[in-house]
Every structure is written in C-alpha cells, then in structure tokens.
Design a protein around this ligand. Sequence first.
Ligand SMILES: Cc1ncc(C[n+]2csc(CCOP(=O)(O)OP(=O)(O)O)c2C)c(N)n1
Length: 321
Amino acid sequence: MIDQIVTARLYKSMLLIRRIELRIAEIYHTDAIKSPVHLSVGQESIAVGVCDALEKDDIVSNTYRCHATYIAKGGDLNSMMAELYGKETGCAGGKAGSMHLVDIKNGVMGASAVVGTTIPVAAGYALAMQKEALLTGRRRVIVALCGDGGTEEGCFYETINFAALKKLPIIFVVENNRLAIHTPLEKRWATERLCERIETYGIKTYKIDDADVFKIREIMTNAIAAIREGTSGPIFIECATYRWLEHVGPLDDHSDSYRDTAEYQSWKDKDQITRLANMLDVETRTQVENEVTLLIQDAEKFAEESSYPAAEELYTHVYAN
Ligand SMILES: Cc1ncc(C[n+]2csc(CCOP(=O)(O)OP(=O)(O)O)c2C)c(N)n1
C-alpha cells in the first residue's frame, strides 16, 4: 500500500513543475522572459523521484533543461521565475536565465548550457564530499543528471571511470528521452546497451522503462542508503522518458517529421501526474492543486514586481576589471 502522504508530496512537486512550465510557455510570447527555455513537460517524474530521496544538504547537478530538478530539490520558486525575467532578485541576479539555475542553499549546483560539462564538475563535488565525510562523519551524496545526448561526450566516460576508481558518492541519472534536439537515438548510438557499458566499469546499474516515480524514488532511496553506509561507490540509473514539447521554446512540435505520434501518445497514457492524481482522494488533490496555483501566482508576481539589475552590475562577477 503506497502512503498517501508520500503520494501527495510527489504529486505536488510534479504538478508544480508541470503547471509552472505550462505557464512559462504561455507567458513566453510576451517577451517578459528574457532567455530561451528548455521545458521538461512530460519528464517531471524523474526529477521528483530522484530529489524526493535526497536530504537538503545533498546536491543535484543538472543540464540547461533544469527547471524540474531545481524545483524538485526545493530551489526557491520566486528566484527561479525572477531569473527567467532577468530581474535582480533572480537566483543568478538576473544575469544567467533559464539554463543556469542555481540554489546552493537548497542543494542545486549551477547548471550549464554546454552538454556534458556539469558531469565532471559533479564528480569534483563528490570528491570534496568524500574528503569532507572523513572530517564530519556525514556522507552527503550528489546526483549528476544528464540527457542521453550527454552520454556521447567524452567527459561522460572519463567521469564514470574516475568515479568508479575513487568510489565517489555520486549517482548518475540519465534522462533518456531518445532525442538530442531532433536526432533520434537510432541515428546516434551503435547499441542501446548503455547500462551494460557502464557495468564494465564496476558500477551497479538500474534501468527504468516507464518513468514510474515510485520505482525511481525506491531505487534512489536504496542507493543513497548504501552510499551513506559506506558499502557502495557510484550508482547509475537510466530512466526512459519523453519530452512533450519542442527542444527549446514553448511550443509543441508534433507535426515535425522527427516525431512519432504513437510514441508520444503511449507516454501521455502513462503520465505520472495523471496517475498520482487518480490515487488521491478528492479533498487532498484539491488542496494540493490550490497550493500549487498560489505558489505559481506568487512567483509570477514576485518576478513582475522585481527590478532589473542596475547597469553597474555589468561590471560585477567578471574576471577582469
Ligand atoms: C558541447 C555541446 N555540443 C552541442 C551542443 C548543442 N546542443 C544543445 S542541446 C543538445 C542536445 C542534447 O540532448 P540530450 O543530452 O539528450 O538532452 P535533452 O535536450 O534531450 O534534455 C545539443 C547537441 C551544446 N550545447 N554543447
């Protein structure tokens, strides 16, 4: 029997991500949002299943498609919206935009637009955490998320090898939506046996085919426990998923030839948000939905009412005077 409290919490987190991203898509054409947006609509269960198993002082690292993980890890929603609006109250002072969300207080490492780059940075963080644990006795973990395209970067395999060698407290999570912009997996990977490849480094792997949020959370919970007990080094999880909207921007591009409508429909049919909504009693569900509506209204108002950074800010956070 799945606990209603856990179900309501996972539902709230996934719904918040879905609804704020759909609201971002609505606002986008007004030009209030100053940076390109890579939306995770359809992929929410991975960020939520992963982050629900983490403590506040654990860290997630991410790609440019980073709203979902930022929100699921407890990143400040108002600061996220303000960052998209380019306002000084944004999580990066309004200078970075959607692709570079960061909230270290809540365990969100800065994201990057360059595919693969955050993977070795996460391993560096894990190395520091491993040393820190010797002093504090507290074993924190970091999760390095990337897309299937991210696994094609050389630094992905370099990091996997280094993490396995040093038994780092890192969990790799690949969000496999089978697309790198418009190019499908069949045109990019010689074989789809990714987990098998990773196992040759001595890393335990898990593959989840249906994006089941409870399965993801359970695998994460066990993996984190093993790392904290000191009985495990890195762990690798591949989660199948599907991006419902275009690669970058607010639109759906299902009329484009690279898309398979049947595949999209099969993912919509197993949508985790609809699934969890149906598991909750009407009262709980309505309460969660009302809370989500208020959070989004507040974030939008906060972003609108915040100021743009002062012109002098152009000269701060730069390498040279
Ligand atoms: C090093 C590098 N190469 C190419 C690009 C251009 N690019 C941006 S997103 C992307 C696709 C990445 O796909 P994937 O890692 O599967 O993530 P998804 O967009 O599906 O979340 C590419 C090739 C880039 N930003 N950085």
